[in-house]
Each structure stands twice: as structure tokens, then as C-alpha cells.
Design a protein around this ligand. Structure first.
Ligand SMILES: [Zn+2]
Length: 473
């Protein structure tokens, strides 16, 4: 093939096609597609990516009404997906975080009316847009919290999200899990059964999708209420399950019943499981059910998961959502509660870098900051301490843990999570190349622009990338 022919092949694929709504060009666009393609230009129409390639290739799609965003060498990533973030609570508390802020005032009434709830959701949408976050999972809303003290987790929250779904106010796509019990507390199988009979609001699943249920399996090791295989220091027992009442056996039976019931109804299950014993029982029950199939159940937190459990998770199609920043804040606290051996093996992120495991980074905001740049930097520091070299492959994996992998957890890898033709134009523009900066320094990156469904929903002050319209070609 001559040089000319190859030039024609790469540069004329879009000739004769209708002009795009929006073109981004002159950048370093990390598509995170399976081949890890990097292109300089992207075109979107009707919220969907219609072309990617060189600036010259996309030029043919610029018409008089096309918005042209000149990237000027900036980088682009798929929109960030925070797979564990309490959106309403975050909006009601911001800028306060539980870790890195005051530990007081977390058990007071925050929201009382529908106006309050929608205002909190809007605040979160706005905030997340400024971070480049275009999807998140609201993990646990339901009747057990209808009289909850903060007002941030009741079943009416789902109605509030539904009312905003697909409107201009919604700048991040929402996945939700239902909770039939108390936040960080008890739940009962009878309530799960009864609760699942209540119909869900009907919404476009691309904007609001309720995929399953959350179960609080246990607490957290520093509080000595995570269920662990060893004993806590100072004869502190070994914790236990929060499901059901009575002795260990009765609680375990109730836990298993919840998992089986939800699984048989084709619901995704996320279990708050920090202790290795809780994780073990969750995995073992899904193994008994023949694996997760395509229900994509996952461990939430997983502080004390071990190598064998990680392999079994992968083998049966389960995943794990981690919050490295919480590990930073609670590491010493954990060490005071468990043996050195257990503390040394906690949060084994270095064992979760393989392609086949659905391992995800997330914030748990407002428990810790929703800033994915800080969280990725924290993950990178932890990996380095675990002996991992932070090369390009690891950087890609960390970026995937915030984009393409959570899209799988959302059952949405067919239409979001990477930048490919036919997928939604959810993306963020970064002022420097994440690969050049390196993940430990992601905190230095600025998000200049965020786009959801082809719509610019955030632009950093002083940056006016989206201003150019009606370019003559
Ligand atoms: Zn949480």
C-alpha cells in the first residue's frame, strides 16, 4: 500500500456524512477502548460519539452549526464513574467530609422536604460535574431509612432522583441499590421480601437504573464490628453479621436467605463486607448458587479480602469496590484493632490489577472526598508501597477502575465507559496528560470541561473551550 493510499484511508472515512453537533480536536484523547487507542479528535451527534480519529479525519464532520472545541493539546478521558457515592448525603453535607473534616454533626437532620432532597441532588450533580464525574452509584436507599435521622437514604429519595432523571439538571447518570434495613445496621429477610414487592419509579435506565440491593453484612474492623476470622486485639471477640437476630448461625442463615432470594429474582447484590469472614460467607453463598452469572454481584469495601477470595470472586463473576482514601484515613485505627498480620495484609490492591477481575475505585463520599484524582493518587501510593511499579499498564488499569470497569458493574459497557463510536459522549477534558503526570500526581490535574451525553455540563473558570461555534471550513 502506498503512503498516499494509507493517508486516504485514515483521512477520508467521514466524507459525505452529516455534520456533527460537536467536534473536539487537537487533543490527546485516551479512549480506553480495548486497543487503548489514542486519537486527537472526536465527533458527537445526538449525545453519541459518531467518529474518532485524526483532526483531518473528523474535519469533514464540521458544519456551520457544529460546536468546535479546540483542545489545544489537552487530554480527554471517558467520564469518571464513581461506583460508590452517597449522592444525596454528599449534596447535603458538602463541603464537609467525615474523614478529613469534623467528625461531629453527622447524626443531625439534613433534609426534610422534597425541595431539600432535590436541592441536595442538584448540588451533587453540579459538584460531580466539576470533578469530571458523569456516572455514580447511590448505594442503599429504602424504607428502613424512611425515618432515618439525616433524611438522606429513605425510599422517597428514589422518587426525587426519578423526578430529575433525564432533565437538564441531571449531569451524571445514576445507578442505585435498594436497602431494606438501616444504614450501617440491622436488616431482616422478611423486610427484603416485603420491600422488593414495592414497584420502582419508571425511568430511562440510562439516567436512573435501580440494579439490585445492598446488604449490610458487617461493620468495619476499627470499630471491631466487622466479622473476622482471627480475634480482635485485647480479647475483643471477632465481630459478627448485622443481618437478623440471635446467634451466629441464625444471622448467617438470614444473610444467606437474602442473597439467595435477591439472586433468584435476578437482582444485583452489593454486600457491605469488610471482615474476611463476611466476605467468605458472601462468596461461598454465591458459589452455592452456581456463581453470579450475569448479575455482577460485588463486595463493597472488602478491607480484609485475601488472595484466595479474590481468585474465587473472579472465577464466579463477582467484583469488588474499593475506597483507598478511606484506607489512608483508617489504616492506623485498623492496626490498633487487629493483629499486625491482619493489618499488614489489608486492602491488597496489588492483587487486583489483573484484567479479569472487576475491581473498582470509588469514594464513599461524603465519608471521604469524591475527588477521583486524590483517590487514584492514594491507590498509586498504596500500590508503590506494595512493591508495584507504576508503569503505563498500571496507570491504564487505575483509569479503567474509574471508567470502563464500573460501566460493567452498571451493566452498561455496551454504551458507556470508553470513548468509542456508538457510545455516549460522556467525557472529561484534563489540562495535562495523566500518563505524563503519573497517577501519584493526579491531584495536580485540573478538569477543564465535562461533557455528559454530548452536552457541556461544566467548564472551569477562565477556560472557554466550548465558546467557538459556527466555524467556517
Ligand atoms: Zn458507603
Amino acid at each position: 500500500m502506498s503512503a498516499d493510499a494509507s493517508h486516504a484511508e485514515t483521512d477520508a472515512p467521514n466524507a459525505g456524512r452529516a455534520p456533527a453537533d460537536t467536534v473536539l480536536r487537537g487533543g490527546v484523547i485516551h479512549t480506553l477502548d480495548p486497543r487503548e487507542s489514542v486519537v486527537s479528535a472526536l465527533a458527537a451527534t445526538g449525545g453519541e460519539i459518531v467518529a474518532l480519529g485524526s483532526d483531518a479525519a473528523v474535519e469533514a464532520l464540521i458544519g456551520p452549526d457544529t460546536t468546535v472545541i479546540e483542545l489545544g493539546g489537552r487530554s480527554v478521558l471517558p467520564g469518571i464513574n464513581d461506583a460508590h457515592l452517597h449522592g444525596v448525603w454528599l449534596g447535603a453535607k458538602w463541603p464537609e467530609m467525615m474523614f478529613g473534616g469534623s467528625r461531629e454533626g453527622w447524626d443531625t437532620r439534613l433534609l426534610s422536604s422534597e425541595d431539600d432532597r432535590r436541592a441536595a441532588i442538584r448540588k451533587t450533580f453540579e459538584l460531580l460535574a466539576s470533578f469530571g464525574v458523569t456516572s455514580f452509584t447511590e448505594p442503599g436507599l429504602g424504607p428502613g431509612e424512611d425515618d432515618g435521622v439525616t433524611g438522606c437514604f429513605g425510599s422517597n429519595i428514589l422518587e426525587s432522583y426519578a423526578a430529575l432523571a433525564g432533565t437538564a439538571a441531571q449531569t451524571a447518570r445514576v445507578t442505585a441499590l435498594r436497602l431494606f434495613g438501616i444504614l450501617d445496621g440491622a436488616s431482616h429477610f422478611a423486610d427484603v421480601k416485603e420491600g422488593l414487592e414495592v414497584p420502582l419509579p419508571e425511568t430511562d435506565p440510562r439516567w436512573l437504573n435501580v440494579t439490585g440491593i445492598k446488604i449490610f453484612g458487617d461493620g468495619i474492623p476499627p470499630m471491631r464490628n466487622a466479622w473476622i476470622r482471627s480475634d480482635y486485639r485485647d480479647s475483643g471477640g471477632h465481630g459478627g453479621l448485622m443481618t437478623g437476630d440471635g446467634d451466629e448461625e441464625a444471622r448467617l442463615a438470614e444473610f444467606r436467605d437474602m442473597i439467595t432470594y435477591a439472586h433468584e429474582r435476578n437482582l444485583q447484590i452489593g454486600v457491605h463486607a469488610t471482615g474476611d469472614r463476611t466476605i467468605e460467607e458472601f462468596i461461598a453463598q454465591v458459589e452455592r448458587l452456581g456463581g453470579a452469572g450475569d448479575l455482577r454481584h460485588y463486595v463493597i469495601h472488602g478491607d480484609l479480602i485475601d488472595a484466595d477470595q479474590l481468585q474465587r470472586l473472579q472465577a464466579i463473576g463477582m467484583g469488588i469496590d474499593l475506597q483507598p482514601l478511606i484506607g489512608d484515613f483508617t489504616g492506623e485505627w485498623l492496626r490498633a484493632a487487629v493483629t499486625d498480620e491482619v493489618a499488614d495484609a489489608a486492602w491488597p490492591l496489588h492483587l487486583m490489577l489483573g484484567d479479569g477481575l472487576r475491581a473498582i475505585l470509588s469514594s464513599d463520599a461524603p465519608v471521604a472526598s469524591p475527588d477521583w484524582r486524590q483517590i487514584t493518587a492514594s491507590a498509586a501510593r498504596q500500590l508503590e508501597a506494595q512493591g508495584v511499579t507504576l508503569d503505563r499498564t498500571v496507570t491504564t488499569r487505575l483509569l479503567r477502575m474509574y471508567t470502563s470497569v464500573p460501566a460493567e458493574q452498571d451493566f452498561a459497557e455496551g454504551w458507556k465507559g470508553t470513548l468509542e463510536a456508538g457510545k455516549v459522549a460522556d467525557l472529561c477534558v484534563i489540562d495535562a496528560d495523566p500518563y505524563a503526570v503519573g497517577p501519584k500526581n493526579f491531584g495536580d490535574l485540573n478538569v477543564d470541561l465535562t461533557m455528559v451525553d454530548g452536552r457541556v455540563v461544566f467548564e472551569r473558570e477562565g477556560v472557554s473551550l466550548a465558546a467557538r461555534r459556527g466555524v467556517t471550513v
